[in-house]
Design a protein. Structure first.
Length: 508
């Protein structure tokens, strides 16, 4: 049995038992732990599962990962190359001969339609792509599109790599009601919709005309099943009824003992965090209280329990490597100092937080640990509760989450997209934390091309986030998967938001 630790490589080999030969040769089944409601309108995706599904059927102009090699970095997708014309103007040159699943041609008009549709002020999306200051999308010719911004956007290719900028078939979507668009995907991706069984699975068939297939590609059908219960999802892979599922560290030994399943542990850009709501709890408006709640956490113990003991994954702020501040260290475990800060802030006997809202199943165990550590300094948590998807969506959009735990992934991996998580303009940000000096630094870095000045601004933002934390920063989440060893070409995307579905194939 191969055990792959914190790397993005995977080998495979044996046939999957328990399934028909035809299924085993041509179908791959991937399990997610959330319900997906919007699979046909990528800019309106909210939960991870919806983004996974969208990436199988839609594509951006550029992508940032090669699933065959596990290498990160911006690379061509529906655009083959691009040029900076001036500080505010970019030209993207499009891949020719591509068609949408319904036969419509992919061209510059499709790009213009997709981007302008999402950036329409009346479009109901909370995606972070909406803060990209694009003022014009111009068709130069069939296969050249121009983006004009009102300020420089040095990371425009990265911003164009996510679901907010996936390209959609204009003829299909132009007059389609939003409720129909949600379940009627028409993109250019490697798979196209065959059947959607709500709350159960999405069945997709191979797009034979996709431009990205290689000599190994042999999958005819991709099935994404929705199984919220982690133990049930795991059992399905171990029984041979599915191929890939993300697992918790306590299951690693079980996977390693099975000759038909491989354990893959891959690095990610996803942070385990607990966010504050300063409006809901007046006590949290004092930075000393929020620092105290960070000092109360034994991160090493948490990483030992939930992150394979990889202490180098402990977080300092919410900015990901390689952009972390070199002079800042993670908060130490210091409950005595935490109690002192609470007393200084006027809460010598602590206070009560009614709930920690858990937004995804993976966050539940560490949320319980956070509650226990806070209890040791006198901050009582009434309940750690898993929110139903519909409730989570409503409160997320209304910015009314309680103290809440989730995994934050800013997939572009730049300082400004990492920091966007706590920007008060983000429509799903429930912290209600506002620092004008942070907003000024954020505004400037989003418009700054000079690398030295960008680094100065990056460090300034992190210093503010450290002295006045809007979150509890915990650790980077290593992604562990149980993977049928008939699967090849699988390297998990480090954002945990998408997969490079076209790289997968089944060993003969």
């Amino acid at each position: 049995m191969k055990h792959v630790t914190l790397t993005a490589t995977l080998a495979a080999g044996l046939a999957l038992g328990g399934l028909s030969a035809a299924y085993a040769q041509t179908t791959v089944t991937y399990i997610v732990n959330e319900r997906a409601d919007i699979l046909g309108d990528p800019p309106r995706n909210v939960v991870f599962a919806e983004q996974y599904i969208s990436k199988a059927m839609f594509e951006p102009l550029v992508f940032d990962f090669d699933g065959r090699t596990g290498e990160s970095g911006i690379r061509p997708a529906l655009a083959t190359h691009w040029e900076i014309i001036d500080d505010n103007t970019w030209h993207f040159f499009l891949r020719e001969g591509v068609t949408f699943h319904n036969g419509e041609p992919f061209n510059a008009e499709a790009v213009k339609f997709s981007i302008e549709r999402h950036l329409d002020p009346d479009f109901p999306s909370t995606d972070k792509f909406r803060d990209v200051p694009i003022t014009e999308v111009n068709v130069i010719d069939d296969y050249t599109v121009e983006f004009v911004t009102d300020t420089p956007v040095p990371i425009l290719p990265q911003r164009l790599s996510r679901n907010g900028a996936f390209i959609m078939a204009p003829g299909h979507y132009a007059d389609l009601p939003l409720d129909e668009a949600a379940v009627s995907p028409v993109g250019t991706g490697p798979y196209k919709l065959e059947e959607f069984r709500r709350d159960d699975r999405v069945i997709m068939t191979k797009n034979e005309d996709w431009w990205g297939w290689d000599e190994n590609s042999n999958i005819d059908r991709l099935v994404i099943r929705m199984i919220p219960e982690l133990s049930t999802a795991f059992s399905e892979v171990m029984a041979g009824n599915a191929d890939i599922v993300r697992i918790t560290p306590d299951l690693a030994d079980v996977v390693e003992a099975d000759p038909n399943v491989d354990l893959v542990v891959a690095p990610t850009l996803v942070r385990a965090v607990t966010i504050f709501n300063l409006d809901m709890y007046p006590e949290l408006q004092d930075p000393r209280v929020r620092v105290a709640l960070n000092l109360a956490i034994d991160r090493e113990a948490m990483v030992d329990a939930f992150a394979f003991g990889q202490h180098e994954l402990i977080s300092t702020t919410l900015i990901n490597p390689p952009h972390e501040h070199p002079d800042l260290e993670p908060y130490p475990y210091d409950p005595d100092r935490a109690r002192e800060l609470l007393a200084e802030a006027g809460y010598p006997d602590g206070f009560r937080i009614d709930t920690i809202d858990v937004m995804i199943p993976d966050s539940f165990e560490y949320s319980e640990a956070v509650a226990q550590f806070w209890g040791q300094i006198g901050v009582e948590v009434g309940e750690v509760r898993r929110l139903e998807s519909s409730v989570m969506r409503e409160r997320w959009a209304a910015r009314t989450l309680s103290v809440a735990s989730f995994a934050w992934s800013a997939a572009e991996n730049t300082p400004e997209t990492d920091a966007w998580a706590v920007h008060d303009d983000r429509q799903t940000n429930s912290t209600h934390w506002v620092r004008e000096d942070f907003l000024d630094a954020y505004r400037e870095i989003t418009q700054t091309v000079d690398p030295e000045r960008r680094e100065e601004l990056n460090r300034k933002m992190q210093e503010i986030l450290y002295e006045d934390p809007p979150w509890v920063y915990l650790y980077l989440v290593p992604a562990a998967y149980a993977v049928s060893n008939r699967i090849e070409g699988y390297n998990p995307h480090p954002s945990l938001l998408v997969e490079d579905w076209g790289s997968l194939y089944v060993s003969e």
